[in-house]
Design a protein around this ligand. Structure first.
Ligand SMILES: [Zn+2]
Ligand SMILES: [Zn+2]
Length: 264
């Protein structure tokens, strides 16, 4: 069996991604209520009872809201780096010490036939990091919540089979929108989120022969739209000489609806 995944929910109202192999089942973040998490799992025909563990990217509430509840209910191990643990303690309620595990920055951990690699991103949290999943020669990259994509990140994420890639905002919509200036500056800054255009430029530099699917993720509800993100990304890619729809396809993600459980 191959690597399968579903983006359960994506956006500032809550993030959660499910990844499985024949013998491992991981959840990356649980940024929705316990009830909503249960409903999302039901929609993909899986049960949180059978999870191997939860990987945490960073301590913002749209990524950890449901973590304590879910981990306690299903007695699941939680993995996060030390600084994230320090920032997260007190935000997720009591978690028994035997369920707390450290997953260091830029480390690879093996769980059966699944290798999980962490890498740092540029975001206003304690020590934010995302993950690359390796299984039987396939590579799945998750990268959202980053102000920009550095050369170091590009090296780690290059030529993946599947990307779940942040395409947070349309710069024009954000600039013209109702957000106060300090919030706009945060989002546009190096520790905020990547715009549609910046995401596409970074994509054009990391896409390789293996790349088949790109999921546009963490779209801003106020400063972006699915069609706009998709259009901006494919236009920018085209400007770089890369045509979506030929070698690879672009997919939407949704804040409330899971993407179909799909093979990498
Ligand atoms: Zn964040
Ligand atoms: Zn976020």
């Amino acid at each position: 069996m191959t690597l399968h995944f579903s983006v359960l929910a994506s956006g500032s109202t809550g993030n959660a991604i499910y990844v499985e192999t024949e013998d491992q089942r991981f959840l990356v973040d649980a940024g929705l209520s316990g009830k909503q998490m249960d409903a999302l799992f039901q929609q993909i025909g899986r049960d949180m009872k059978s999870l191997s563990g939860i990987l945490v990217t960073h301590e913002h509430s749209d990524h950890i809201k449901g973590i304590g509840i879910v981990a306690r209910k299903y007695k699941l191990p939680i993995y996060a780096n030390e600084k994230t643990w320090n920032a997260m303690n007190g935000l997720i309620g009591e978690v028994p010490v035997e369920q707390k595990f450290t997953f260091g920055m830029e480390t690879v951990k093996s769980f059966g036939s699944l290798d999980i690699e962490s890498f740092g991103v540029s975001h206003d949290a304690a020590e934010p990091m995302f993950y690359v999943f390796h299984h039987e020669g396939k590579k799945l990259v998750l990268i959202t919540d980053t102000g920009y994509v550095s050369d170091r990140m590009k090296g780690i994420i290059s030529n993946a089979d599947v990307y779940v890639f942040e395409s947070n905002h349309d710069v024009q919509m954000l600039r013209m929108g109702r957000y106060p200036w300090n919030i706009k500056r945060r989002i546009l800054g190096d520790y905020g989120h990547v715009s549609n255009e910046d995401a596409a430029i970074a994509m054009s530099e990391v896409i390789g022969d293996n790349t088949k699917q790109i999921y546009l993720a963490h779209l801003s509800a106020d400063n972006n739209m699915k069609d706009l993100a998709r259009m901006a990304v494919s236009q920018t890619l085209e400007g770089q000489g890369i045509r979506a729809g030929e070698q690879f396809n672009l997919f939407d993600t949704d804040p409330k609806k899971p993407t179909a459980l799909t093979a990498v």
